[in-house]
Design a protein around this ligand. Structure first.
Ligand code: KDG
Ligand code: MG
Length: 405
């Protein structure tokens, strides 16, 4: 086989409808691979980490040595973990998997062991400024073929709730050049959540897989109470009920409710979920290819989770680029303990900038059969879409206390 040494590692930061960080690794045999390193609201930190600290170490390395390169960047850096570091490692890792699959002339999922299922079941986002608006949105997504839907609605008396569009644009949280302030009231939310689920089940029945994201707003005992109050609505999962820095907090929730629990979109390492998984405190691990160190590390997390009956539910918002989405779909198709994949469609401009082989039909996605992960970038157009500073909101309680967003 011809030698495949890395000759270039280029960071592309562009804003085709929103900001994305892409790494393009080129090898001596003229191939290239693409990786996503987007970290919402902190994009330039990853770009600098890649450009200034990682790229110089990649030049001359054997592109085929994916695991060794992962270990080199993780162990070799001394300063381990953290979202910036792990998103940068993920970008390198996915670009190298893309390259290896292109060299092999096969879609990445084949290289990962072949498919374990026909396609990847995805869940959509339905949201509304009111209960009626939410129900219309659920009906719309059912028409589009989705069998699993996440529901979020404005809580009466609470302005700007998480998961509900700000204004009339499609929901996109990083929407302002300085962090917008949202307000939060746990008691109002706790009263409203069962009412919302009741309305959805009353209109659409129990065949629909129903998901909900509490977005880290509750204390462990509040989360336990919410889980208990929603049991009759048979959720597919309750997501991020409480922050998981303290993994033991989930034991308390578990002791009180059988509502399935999902967590992990902000995790970047297997150590962030070691106890959650080994003590079976959760049902779905939501780590993403992009924020948890790439396919190499995500496979390790999934294998570990499989030992304990925990299934995957990869994060898939618009703030992961189509490259991140494509990579996730190959991963999802190839692992035994896949649960579900989040699908938040990108803006048309984003899809144009990242032409891709993956497809959606009838509630399922498929990564396609193109060699590699099947996602390209219109590099020539990057200059037309310069980086635009955009922050996620912050959150305060009604008395002004800073809270978790
Ligand atoms: O960047 C933050 C978003 O990715 C996050 O708020 C989305 O919670 C989210 C989800 O479940 O998709
Ligand atoms: Mg979430």
């Amino acid at each position: 086989m011809a030698e495949s040494k890395i000759v270039d590692a280029k960071v592309i930061v562009a804003c085709p409808a929103r900001n994305f960080v892409t790494l393009k690794i080129t090898t001596s045999d003229g191939l290239y691979g693409l990786g996503d390193g987007t970290l919402n609201g902190r994009e330039l930190a990853v770009a600098a980490y890649l450009r200034d600290h990682v790229a110089p170490c990649l030049i001359g390395r054997d592109a085929e040595r994916i695991e060794d390169t992962w270990q080199y960047l993780y162990r070799g850096a001394y300063w381990r973990r953290g979202p910036v570091t792990m998103a940068a490692i993920a970008a390198v890792d996915v670009a190298l998997w893309d390259l290896k699959a292109k060299r092999a002339g096969m879609p990445l999922y084949q290289l990962l062991g072949g498919r374990c299922r026909e396609g990847v079941t995805v869940y959509a986002h339905a949201n509304g400024h009111s209960l009626d608006g939410l129900l219309d949105s659920v009906a719309h997504h059912i028409e589009l073929g989705y069998k699993a839907i996440r529901v979020q609605a404005a809580v009466p008396g609470v302005p700007d709730v998480y998961g509900v569009p700000h204004g009339s644009q499609p929901y996109e949280p990083a929407d302002s050049s300085l962090p917008r302030e949202e307000t939060w009231s746990t008691p109002k939310y706790m009263r409203f959540a069962p009412e919302m689920m009741e309305a959805v089940r009353a209109r659409f029945g129990f065949d629909l897989a129903l998901l909900h994201d509490a977005h880290h707003r509750l204390t462990p005992i509040e989360a336990a109470a919410l889980g208990k109050s929603l049991e009759g609505y048979r959720l597919f999962w309750l997501e991020d009920a409480t922050p998981a820095e303290n993994q033991e907090a989930f034991r308390l929730i578990r002791q009180h409710t059988t509502t399935p629990l999902a967590v992990g979109e902000v995790f970047n390492s297997i150590f962030d979920c070691q106890r959650l998984i080994s003590e079976q405190l959760i049902d779905y691990i939501r780590t993403s290819v992009v924020h948890a160190g790439g396919i190499t590390h995500l496979r390790r997390i999934a294998s570990f989770a499989g030992l304990y009956g925990v299934r995957t539910g990869c994060h898939g918002p618009t703030d992961l680029s189509p490259i991140g989405m494509g990579a996730a779909l190959h991963f999802d198709l190839s692992i035994p303990n896949f649960g579900i994949q989040e699908h938040m469609p990108h803006a048309p401009l984003t899809d144009e900038f990242f032409p891709h082989a993956y497809t959606y039909a009838n509630g399922m996605m498929h990564p396609g059969e193109a060699p590699g992960h099947g996602v390209e970038i219109d590099e020539a157009a990057a200059e037309k879409f310069p980086y635009k500073r955009a922050y996620l909101p912050v959150c305060r309680l009604e008395d002004g206390t800073m809270h978790n967003w």
